[in-house]
Design a binder for this molecule. Structure first.
Ligand code: HEC
Length: 158
């Protein structure tokens, strides 16, 4: 006999309109998990990629002054705690679905991320709260950054 849920459980789930498989609900706690495993902290939290255990949660997602230089110019990972909490959850979904930022921001990850996961990240950022300063403004190609940068190779000359 396969391991089926008892009839009573099936009935209760149907009546309550609940899915039988356990499904993650959006939550700040899940958002906390996602910003770690989806890499958001790696770029949007200063020092995190080198020593993830040493950066307190209070410093997460505050952006970074480490520049990323390449053919697109120089970009800086934004302070997400000044961006996400200002948006409603619906505005955030809209922004994420249309994400088209410069490298190395993985815009594609935001575009394809499941809605519940996006909602969870938004709730977590809101829970962390607004704090910090905006990251330095991006520089156009050809302009030299003042601070440290990660230099991507230029495309081979045609
Ligand atoms: C490899 C580094 C990297 C990773 C990983 C990364 N980001 Fe970014 N992100 C950036 C950079 C750099 C920018 C600025 C891009 C620009 O200026 O065009 C950015 C910009 C953004 C923006 C635009 C904010 C604004 O200023 O309006 C959002 C939203 C964002 N990231 C969310 C996320 C989320 C959520 C994750 C995790 C799923 C994530 N990022 C992972 C580097 C990264």
């Amino acid at each position: 006999m396969p391991n089926l849920p008892p009839v009573r459980t099936l009935l209760l789930c149907c009546l309550a309109g609940l899915p039988l498989a356990s499904q993650a609900e959006p939550s700040a706690e899940r958002g906390r998990y996602l910003v770690q495993v989806a890499g958001c902290n790696d770029c949007h939290t200063a020092g995190y990629i080198l020593a993830p255990d040493q950066v307190p949660e209070s410093a997460w997602l505050l952006g970074d002054s480490l520049g990323w230089s390449g053919p697109w110019g120089t970009t800086y990972a934004s302070n997400l705690r000044l961006v996400l909490p200002k948006l409603s959850e619906e505005q955030w979904l809209q922004l994420a679905r249309n994400a088209n930022y410069r490298p190395p921001m993985p815009s594609h990850a935001l575009r394809i991320m499941e809605e519940d996961d996006l909602r969870s990240i938004h709730r977590f950022a809101k829970q962390l709260g607004e704090a910090g300063q905006p990251a330095p403004a991006a520089l156009p190609p050809g302009q030299t950054a003042q601070g440290p940068v990660v230099q991507f190779p230029m495309p081979p000359a045609q």
